[in-house]
Design a protein around this ligand. Structure first.
Ligand code: NAI
Length: 392
């Protein structure tokens, strides 16, 4: 099969096996080039959503730097005769091959992390092969969740609350600025989004593993969240997804209480805006990210997912002494994005944009390249005219 990227509304419909493997290898190369002592990093790690984006980065940092045994639980499409697998499927397999070469334990469970079955299967794998775990990372980004008790399906939406929202947007394929009007959430949509992207399922995971004695003394858990600038508040932090993130953040406190008997702790880490499969589909975000990337790269403070998680481990979660947090108990690795001068510059650039015209400034090339590469495309080293086995 000859595989060229097909994109529909900022979603990549396919992925390239060799490119996904190269993406993983390049992240590993960067990690292996770092010097330092990482012996206090956790040794047995479960990453929910460990196949792509921030979750994949977490798996890479845990394994390659900390030498951890990792289990990834994610929802990915397998390859077929007619269709490639999803990027996360290829990336997970590529990572596991690289881990094996280094004598590191790495397994995946592909299925619905929200279901009781997958929780049970993961618990069994931990019990049989790892004994206990030291870290559970919650990095799911999902459009829907089936409640394991009622069987009801909840769908998350990315909408403002109370008022319609009109804003500039960027079509990354043309580089032209447009305008989007996003209608306010309908009755029930806010609650449904909290059901999917809030902390209920995270707490269920902890309850399940804690009850079975699978969490080691001083166990930690972290879930990823985002705040972002006022520019994106109506659609993000003050929208339906923001409500879900508030719930997730509140859950970290409930979970911490539950973990006290084993000396455990739970945190939310507020990470930086980056191009991932999940963020590319949020209205307004591609424009914001293109502008942010330009400003951060110019100032030499840009980080990708792997760099962010490296800093999260080294300077926050596994630093000697207390985990540093903000006044609400949240870990922050978004401080470079939120720096006042960076945000002022982004706002200035935002103000220059005109509907119907090409993006002024902004790192459109960087945005598109990263979006291509997380799906295995856009690498000079790979000949995309060549036949490739989608099962490889
Ligand atoms: P992503 O789309 O790259 O990864 C999502 C992961 O969730 C994938 O591994 C996918 O397989 C898994 N997943 C989805 N539904 C599942 C299900 N039902 N069962 C099992 N696995 C499932 O997304 P990204 O961006 O890495 O997001 C991860 C977390 O990081 C999210 O909570 C997101 O809000 C947060 N975050 C993302 C930021 C960004 O700019 N991308 C910034 C700050 C936080």
């Amino acid at each position: 099969m000859i595989i060229k990227q097909r994109i529909l509304r900022n979603v990549s419909l396919n992925a390239h096996p060799k490119g996904c493997a190269l993406y993983v290898k390049k992240q590993i190369e960067w990690l292996e080039g770092l010097s330092g002592v990482f012996s206090n990093f956790p040794k047995r790690v479960v990453v929910l959503g460990g196949s792509s984006g921030y979750g994949l980065a977490t798996r890479l940092v845990s394994s390659i730097l900390g030498g951890a045994s990792t289990i990834n639980v994610s929802f990915e499409r397998e390859p077929s005769e007619k269709r490639t697998a999803s990027a996360g499927w290829y990336s997970s397999h590529a990572f596991e091959e690289e881990a094996a070469k280094r004598g590191l334990y790495a397994k995946s469970i592909f299925g619905d992390a929200f279901s009781d079955e997958v929780k049970e299967a993961t618990a069994e794998l931990i019990a049989n092969e790892l004994g206990q775990i030291d870290l559970l990372v919650y990095s799911l980004a999902s459009p829907l969740r089936i409640d394991p008790i009622t069987g009801e399906t909840y769908r998350s939406v990315l909408k403002p609350i109370g008022v319609d929202y009109k804003a500039l947007s960027l079509d990354p394929s043309t580089g032209v600025i447009g305008e989007v009007v996003i209608e306010r959430a309908l009755a029930g949509e806010e609650e449904a989004t909290v059901k999917v992207m809030g902390g209920e399922d995270w707490e269920l995971w902890i309850d399940t593993l804690l009850a079975k004695g699978l969490l080691a003394p001083s166990f930690k858990s972290v879930a990823y969240s985002y705040i972002g600038p006022a520019l994106t508040y109506p659609i993000y932090r003050e929208g339906t997804i923001g409500r879900a993130k508030e719930h997730l953040e509140a859950s970290s406190h409930t979970i911490s209480e539950k973990l006290k008997p084993i000396g455990g702790e739970a945190y939310v880490s507020i990470n930086k805006a980056l191009v991932t499969r999940a963020s590319a589909v949020i209205p307004v975000v591609p424009l914001y990210i293109a502008l942010l990337y330009q400003v951060m790269k110019e100032r030499g403070v840009h980080e990708g997912t792997t760099e962010q998680i490296f800093r999260l481990f080294l300077e926050r979660l596994y630093t000697s002494g207390e985990v540093p947090t903000d006044s609400k108990g949240r870990i922050r690795v978004d401080e470079r994005e939120m720096d006042k001068e960076i945000q002022q510059e982004v706002e200035h650039l935002w103000g220059l944009q005109r509907v119907g015209e090409s993006l002024i400034g902004g790192d459109l090339v960087g945005f598109n390249l990263e979006f291509a590469q997380i799906n295995g495309f856009g690498f000079d080293e790979i000949n995309y005219e060549e036949e490739v086995d989608p099962f490889s």
